[in-house]
Every structure is written in C-alpha cells, then in structure tokens.
Design a protein around this ligand. Sequence first.
Ligand code: SRM
Ligand code: SF4
Length: 561
Amino acid sequence: MIESDPAVKLSRNEGLKHTHPALAGSIASTLNNPELDRFSEDDYEFLKFHGIYQQDDRDLRKTGKKYIFMVRGRLPGGLVTPTQYLAFDDLASRHGNNTLRITSRQGFQFHGVVKSGLGPLMKGIHHALATTLAACGDVNRNVMAPPTPSMNQLGDQVLHDARLVSDALLPMTPAYHQIWVEEVKLDLTPESQRDYVDPLYGKTYLPRKFKIAFAIPPLNDVDVFTNCLGFVAVAEADRLLGYNLLAGGGLGMSHGNAQTFPRLADVIGFFPPDQLVAVARGVLTIHRDFGDRTNRKHARLKYVIEEQGADWFRAELENRLGFRLAAARPLKFVSQGDLFGWHQQRDGRSFLGLHVQAGRIGDANGCRLKSALREIVELFQPEIRLTPSQNLILANVDPAAMNTITSIFERHGIAVAHQGTPTRRAAMACPAMPTCGLALAESERFLPELITRIEGMLVELQLDNLEIVTRMTGCPNGCVRPYLAELGLVGKGPGRYQIYLGGNASSTRLNRLYRESVKDPDLIGELRPVLARYARERQPEERFGDWCSRALWQDPQPGAA
Ligand code: SRM
Ligand code: SF4
C-alpha cells in the first residue's frame, strides 16, 4: 500500500491513471483529427485499456515509420457465435490486414489497422455484440476456460462460471462507449475526468495486468499454473463440488534482469461454487492493494506471493472474504493441448478441431483458411471456439454436414484428416515481427520453416511421429508460454534464440535454459545430439521433455501437479 507514501516514486503509468481515471485521455479528439496518423505517448497507455495497441510496421522502418494498430477482442472462454465470426471476418478484410489472429488467451486480434479504420472497426465489433474493453491494460484480461465442447455437463458449468467472473471484473468507465460506440461529445478536460473512481478497481486500477483461467482436470489445456489466478474444477460424477484455488503464476521476464522470472502458481485451498465471484474479487484486490506501483517489471501478483509467501496470501484473502478456505482437494493433470479432427459431442452433434498455424487465419500459400471458414460458417452456422493453443473448434455441427464441411476445407487446400505432424500441431508462436514493438527476433514468420527443419531431423533419427511441444517467442515476455514447452525458443537478438528444454505433457513444470544464444541456422545442429541421445536412452513411452528434465541436469526440476 505504498501509494499513499509521498516518499515513494510511483511509475509513470500510475501518474497517468491518477490524472485520467476514466481512461479517456484525449483519444476522442485525436481520433477525430484526420491530420494525425497516431496518438500521443500518454494516450497510447489509455488505448490499451480499450483493447488497442499503437504499433508501427517494423519491416518498413528504414523508409520511415508507418503507424498501424492492433485491436484485441475479449472473448471469455474463446466463444464466438457464427454471426460474430462473420462480422469479425468482414472487419478484418475491410479494416485490418485481411487476417484474424487467434491469441494464446482465446481472443481475436486484428492487425494492421490504420487510424482512419479504427473507429469503424471498433463500432463493428460492438455491433457484433463483442467488446475489446479490458482486453489489455492494468485490469483483468480475457478469462480462459476449456473450449472443447463438453463431453459432460461440467464443461458447460465451467464455461458459464468463466463468463460470470469475466463480467464481474469488467471496469465500468463510460469512456469506452462514449468514444467508440455512441460518439457522444465528451468533456475531455482532465478536470472533468479527475474524480472518476471505478467501483472495483478504484482510481488507479491495478498495478499491472491480471490473468485468470479455469481448468478441468485431467486436461490442462489453459496452462492454468501460469495465471495470476487459477480455478481448477473439483467434481464428483459430473457435478461441480467447487474449485481449487491457484494463485501467483506468471511468465514474463527480461533478459539480464534476475529480479524477473517465470513462476508457477501456488495451490492455495478449496471453496464451494457459490463463493466464486467473491474469491475472484478478493484475489484481484490483493493485487490491487499490494502490487508494486513503482516498478512495472516487478508489478505482477506473482512477485507479491513469491515475497510474502502463500500462507500470508491465504490469510490476507480469508480476511477479505470473511471465511476460511478448505484444504485443497487432490489435483492431477495429465495432458495439455487440443483434439484435432471430427469428434462427437455429448448431445450427439459433432465438433471439428482445426489446427491453425500460429493462430493466423488468412488465405496464403495455397491454404485458404479464411475463405473456407467464411463459406462454412455462412452455410452451417457452427459455433466457433478459440483455444489457448491458438487453434479453432467448429462446434454444434449436425453430423449430416460433416462430409460437406470436410470437402469445403479440401477445396481450399486444408486436409481435415491429416493436419500435419504431431510436432507441428503442438507448436505455437507469438506474432513478433513485424507488428510487435518488443520483438528481438522473428517468431510467427519463422515457425513454419523451423518446424519443417525439426520434422526433417526427427525423420533422420527415426522419431517421425514424436510430439515435441514446441513454443517460440520473439522476446522473453513469454506470450505463448514457452517456459512450459518441451522445447522453448526465446528471441535473444536478431536471428538468435535461447533454447529451453524440459517442460512436460501436462504443462505443470517449468523448463530450463539449455543454451543462451544460438544463431537461427545453428538451431538444429544444437538440438540433433540431444534428440539422438534421447532416442538411445529414453525409457519406453518417455516423452522428450521428461527425458531432458531427468537426463540433462543433476538436480530435479520442481513441478506443480
Ligand atoms: Fe503478451 C506484451 C501479444 C499472451 C506476456 N503481448 C504483448 C504485446 C502487446 C506487445 C506490447 O506490449 O507492445 C504483444 C502484441 C504483439 C502483436 O503484434 O500482436 C503481445 N500476448 C500477445 C499474444 C497476442 C500472443 C499470441 O501469440 O497470441 C497473446 C494475447 C493474449 C490475449 O488474448 O490476451 C499474449 N502475453 C501473453 C501471455 C500468455 C498468457 O497470458 O497466457 C503472456 C505470459 C503470461 C504472463 O502474463 O506472465 C504474455 N505480453 C506479455 C508481457 C510480459 C508481462 C510481464 O509480466 O512482464 C508483455 C510485455 C508487457 O506487458 O509490458 C506482453
Ligand atoms: Fe512481442 Fe515478445 Fe510477446 Fe512475442 S513474446 S508478442 S515478441 S512481447
């Protein structure tokens, strides 16, 4: 609670939030000024709370900066109605770079939007009954939940709970609607905005972002331990008994700054379903009140729990809740990732799991995924679900439509029955170049070629059908959670990567740094001897990540559950 101590120097963002608590800044006047192609540095910080990032096309920097915007949709549990999907597809063609990007938190991103397209894009998203409010910024972000159409009633209940929590934690600022939807003329002077106080977040919101995920064991398809707050369903015969509460996960770190590190959440306790929203608010307000507001690199809930301890955290939460949490129930995860191909739902209808390379829905290289999806959604109106592994599910499909859908995909160059090797399907990459201002190296654009090289090496070593969970990022912020992968590649500089090895199949163990900086052409050369040794030494059924964790280091790497 350092905010009230005048001797403490707060970060720049704290000052901005304090003087503009409604988060409007001067966004509206810049938006309506056709002479300007960008927003001010201050407004850039407020735009994030509205789900918008000001970027520039880094491929074009040599010839001068071209400002573009990324817009991120908030879609709890990754649920998208067919009408929304068609609207997003259309908006991406008209105002974006003609692609939709599935994010690693089940959201959609529009890239390459120019300033004059921002207003119509935002309005279009609103008309599709979706929002970008709080998709970014110092607030609770998109809430993740298992997207696979439920094989039992529990899945529906958990999705419902995820949406409940998401709604309960939304900021209330009227600025979003006034700027992007109603076009009401706002009194934008700082004086008029100065006294606004959000009922939950207060005047200065959170010290930093906050992330929540729901999981249903034994599947950990949301990487629940990497979230600030995790809810793990505990059930008996398909009936939800309550949730195990996890807190203090997070992955972002900076090269050369040992004060920053990836951390898995602690298991705190168990509570019944009717306390869900109270517990979510309790954890969020601990972050609000105890998070570091002086140093944004140290401002995540994970550092509060690391430094104060899980017992302190539990006592503080119980104090806020006014009741004690029960002891955590046993919890075990066995796998992460998605199902691919056609499967049957509990209600007799079908769903299709579709691999989307690095989450990018577009028409390129003979694979016209965007066009295929548009045709299929128009014809059959399936529900769309976005997965935390950047894939897509077409749900609630009439079994009679399966063959036609499969053939539409085939006509557009997509083989539903053979969606790539296990390693390709299990790979993820963040956007990095050319849109991400923080990228040190390529990621999404490099992934397809890198996987082709890995596939070649696996054939050479007679490991063809091996699944190696591979995740690549252009910098150490960890946007596709590379620190849990069996093979993690993290950008160190142009064309150079750190290699991390030793994550497990259930996403419950952090991997370890194996090589500090390897040039892109040397990556396979570094990996081949490790894979060759694994091929010789592995136990029956032993995964690559488990072997690395056991054989490459003397001391065991701690895991979660
Ligand atoms: Fe992220 C910043 C993309 C999930 C940790 N992330 C960014 C920005 C906005 C760059 C920026 O600040 O200028 C990236 C935009 C790139 C672009 O051009 O689109 C970006 N992050 C993404 C997405 C799109 C990656 C993807 O491949 O899907 C994901 C959007 C999820 C969503 O829908 O909300 C995304 N980011 C994550 C995750 C994974 C997760 O949440 O499960 C993490 C690690 C978990 C965590 O938060 O610890 C993550 N992103 C970061 C960080 C480091 C935060 C930290 O604690 O240090 C940054 C940098 C920052 O916030 O300053 C960052
Ligand atoms: Fe950008 Fe780094 Fe996130 Fe990749 S991991 S999107 S390079 S911030």
